[in-house]
Design a protein. Structure first.
Length: 63
């Protein structure tokens, strides 16, 4: 059970920079060609990255 808990914690921390990289790559025309992410998709991605970053930071701050 400890391994399952710590793998979830690590996944939550690692997810933030990976989401940022995916957003940056999906919004570049040179990478995706004509299938560039639309503005609402990019905004939703940044909101998701922000919420995940706040959640990851809150894991280390005692309530």
């Amino acid at each position: 059970m400890k391994a399952l808990f710590w793998s979830a914690v690590i996944n939550g921390i690692v997810a933030v920079p990976l989401i940022v990289v995916v957003i940056l790559l999906a919004s570049r025309n040179s990478v995706t060609g004509v299938l560039v992410a639309t503005k609402p998709v990019v905004v939703l991605g940044w909101i998701t990255a922000g919420v995940m970053a706040i959640a990851a930071a809150r894991m280390f701050v005692p309530i």
